[in-house]
Structures are given as C-alpha cells and as structure tokens.
Write a protein of this length. Structure first.
Length: 148
C-alpha cells in the first residue's frame, strides 16, 4: 500500500502533537516543520483538511497554533488518513464486469472486499496514543548504551 507524503506527514505531525498533548500547549506549523523536517507548505495543506475533519483546532493570537481536538486515545490512524485522502478508502471499481461479471465478483469477494476490511480494521485500532507509546519504546531502546 502506498501512502502519500501528505498523509505520512499528517500522521507524523499529529503524533508529535500527541507527544506534547499532556502539556495542553498549542504548537505552530513552523515549530512542527522545524522539529520534524517537514515542508511547511505540506503541513498547511494537511492541517486545513485535519481542521475540517475536526481532528485539530486552530487557536489565533500570539500564543496561537494548533492542538489536538480530542485525546490521543480517541484519534485513529484511519481518521487521519481518511481526512487527508478519502480516495484511499473508496471501494475498488469494477474491473472486467462487462465481459466477465463473475470474475469481477470473485475478485471483489475474495480480494478487494477482504483487503478493504483488513486495512480498515487495522487502521481503526491504531491510535495516536499507541504511536506515542511506540515512540517511547523506540526512544528507550535507542538510548541503551553497550560497552564492551
């Protein structure tokens, strides 16, 4: 499965926001861009869609920026990806329906429907809180030093 750069960047940005969520701070797109090395232009496009999906809230003013609209445990990867790329989750179009409708139905039943369901189930069960936990584990493993 090929996930677009915009979706990957949105997921990385929201994971970063989930890392600092407990502080109840807002964060600017410039800060996210500098911290993660992501183009501010990509972030602006992504955050417009994330705001429309009500995953983030924008705060105006000198202390402004963005914050998560809900607890990281309540935001799934599916919600993020579907906010950025709705086309990822559209049903597969018919392939050879005109000439071979039963081949088309077989492919739909045994491949495309099962694949769609598996992807939806998987992405719906991974939350930003899960990614924060995994980031912590990865960070912890990287901090071990071995001396010989």
């Amino acid at each position: 499965m090929r996930i677009s750069a915009k979706s990957r960047y949105a997921l990385a940005a929201l994971t970063y926001m989930a890392l600092i969520h407990a502080n109840n701070e807002t964060v600017t797109l410039i800060k996210i861009s500098e911290t993660l090395g992501i183009s501010k232009l990509y972030l602006e496009q992504a955050f417009s869609l994330l705001r429309q999906a009500e995953l983030v809230t924008s705060i105006k003013g000198p202390q402004g920026g963005y914050r998560l609209n809900r607890d990281p445990k309540e935001i799934t990867v599916y919600q993020i990806f579907s906010a950025i790329e709705a086309s990822l989750f559209r049903p597969t179009e018919q392939t050879v329906h005109e000439k071979a409708p039963f081949v088309d139905k077989a492919m739909q039943a045994r491949v495309f429907s099962q694949l769609d369901k598996t992807i939806l189930d998987t992405l719906s069960h991974i939350t930003l809180a899960d990614l924060v936990e995994e980031e912590s584990l990865q960070n912890e493993e990287a901090s071990y030093m071995f001396f010989i």
